[in-house]
Design a binder for this molecule. Structure first.
Ligand SMILES: [Zn+2]
Length: 120
C-alpha cells in the first residue's frame, strides 16, 4: 500500500485485456506507470478515459500513445504485449528494463518510491 497522501489512485478498466489497473497522479500531475516520472499537469494519462464505463462504474480507458520523456515508453504500443500478458505485467517488465538502462541509480529508485509508491 502506498501511504503518500499526495499520490492518488484511480482504478480503470482496460477492455482489451479485461484487467483493472491503477493510474496514479501526484498532486494533480499524471505519473508514468512505468518509471514514475511526473508529467505536466493537464497532460493526458498513459491511458485515458473513453467516457464509457464497466457496469460496476469503473471507467474504461484506451491508450493515449503518449511517449514518456523519461523512460520512452509509448503507451498503447510498447506496453501492449501478447494477449496472454497483462498490462500491469508489461509495465513491470518495462520498469525493470528501464532500471537496468539507468543502472538502478538512486534518483530512479527515489522517483519510483516517491511517485508510484514502489520499492524496486
Ligand atoms: Zn516513464
Amino acid at each position: 500500500m502506498n501511504e503518500d497522501p499526495d499520490i492518488q489512485d484511480e482504478k480503470v478498466w482496460v477492455e482489451s485485456t479485461g484487467e483493472v489497473v491503477r493510474l496514479r497522479t501526484k498532486r494533480g500531475r499524471p505519473v508514468c506507470p512505468v518509471c514514475g516520472s511526473l508529467w505536466s499537469a493537464g497532460d493526458e494519462h498513459a491511458w485515458h478515459k473513453s467516457g464509457e464505463s464497466r457496469p460496476d462504474g469503473t471507467p474504461k480507458v484506451y491508450p493515449s500513445y503518449q511517449i514518456c520523456d523519461c523512460c520512452n515508453t509509448e503507451f498503447g504500443n510498447d506496453d501492449t504485449g501478447g494477449s496472454d500478458q497483462s498490462l500491469a505485467s508489461v509495465w513491470r517488465l518495462l520498469r525493470s528494463e528501464w532500471l537496468e538502462k539507468v543502472g538502478r541509480c538512486a534518483s530512479a529508485l527515489a522517483q519510483l518510491r516517491s511517485n508510484l509508491g514502489i520499492d524496486a
